[in-house]
Ligand binder design. Structure first.
Ligand SMILES: NC(=O)c1ccc[n+]([C@@H]2O[C@H](COP(=O)([O-])OP(=O)(O)OC[C@H]3O[C@@H](n4cnc5c(N)ncnc54)[C@H](OP(=O)(O)O)[C@@H]3O)[C@@H](O)[C@H]2O)c1
Length: 249
């Protein structure tokens, strides 16, 4: 039997990049998946179509993770389609780097609203709706929290907050059999890192040079670890920050 058959997963920000790969990998192990997106309807529909073509179950649900009403609707629609919820992957995230002299209130709020408030709101809804067997929350953090990249102060602060939330909620929700872990990717080639101009830049060369396994990560390097953290195979693991970064730290 597949590792996740009979389970339902919500994956935030799954229209592209790491989230899309995780959604497809969870579905390949039998989970029904809600593919959340903010604006890329086409991307989300493509992920859903691929899952269904491979024999899986998925729906696309629009919603911005930093908005309370959108999060409630995301979980309502997921439950309406599939019954319960067992797995939450808090993947939706935004990033932009700037020297401290150029940090703005607006950019701080944009990154914290999505990367931190989004995690809190989605986990709140999941915790209310997980059944008596508990559930698994997987927070996509970042190796930026240990690599300490100059100009990434705001982004790194959001992900350090995510790691703190992971540890607190692992203790708070453990008695209800809800596990909470952070998965921290190193640099990964995605639509996001392409759009930001990292791919092909000096920063990419530098990041690869700092990575013992000697290359950029791919979404397919990250997805199997999310499947492991979602599955019963990791039932004794909670409150951990797991680097999936080719050794870059
Ligand atoms: N790529 C890396 O090198 C790297 C490394 C470490 C950690 N991470 C983390 O991994 C996660 C995914 O990164 P990625 O590179 O795959 O990003 P990406 O290619 O830019 O994709 C981001 C995804 O998040 C969604 N999203 C953005 N804002 C949202 C919001 N407010 N509500 C709901 N969804 C939203 C986007 O949806 P739309 O397309 O609809 O806007 C998209 O599906 C992020 O949390 C990021 O911080 C990435």
């Amino acid at each position: 039997m597949s590792k996740l058959s009979g389970k339902t997963a919500v994956v935030t920000g799954a229209s592209k990049g790491i989230g899309a790969a995780i959604a497809k990998a969870l579905a390949a192990e039998g989970a029904a998946v809600a593919v959340n997106y903010a604006s890329s309807r086409e991307g989300a529909d493509k992920v859903v179509a691929e899952i269904i073509a491979a024999g899986g179950k998925a729906i696309a649900v629009q919603g911005s993770v930093g908005k309370d009403g959108d999060i409630v609707r995301l979980f309502d629609e997921t439950q309406k389609a599939f019954g319960g919820v067992d797995i939450l992957v808090n993947n939706a995230g935004v990033y932009a780097f700037a020297p401290i002299e150029e940090v703005t209130e607006a950019e701080y709020r944009r990154q914290f609203d999505t990367n931190v408030l989004g995690v809190l709101l989605a986990t709140r809804e999941a915790a209310k709706r997980f059944g008596p067997d508990g559930g698994s929350v997987i927070n996509i953090s970042s190796a930026a929290t240990t690599v300490d990249i100059p100009t990434a102060s705001v982004y790194t602060a959001t992900k350090a907050s995510v790691d703190s939330i992971t540890r607190v909620l692992a203790k708070e929700l453990g008695p209800r059999k809800i596990r909470v872990n952070s998965l921290s990717p190193g640099a990964v080639e995605t639509e996001g890192t392409h759009a930001m101009g990292i791919i092909g830049s000096d920063l990419e060369t530098q990041m690869v040079a700092q990575t013992p396994l000697g290359r950029m990560g791919q979404p397919s390097d990250i997805a199997p670890v999310a499947v492991f953290l979602a599955s019963p195979e990791s039932f004794w693991i909670t409150g951990e920050i797991i680097a999936v970064a080719g050794g870059n730290r």
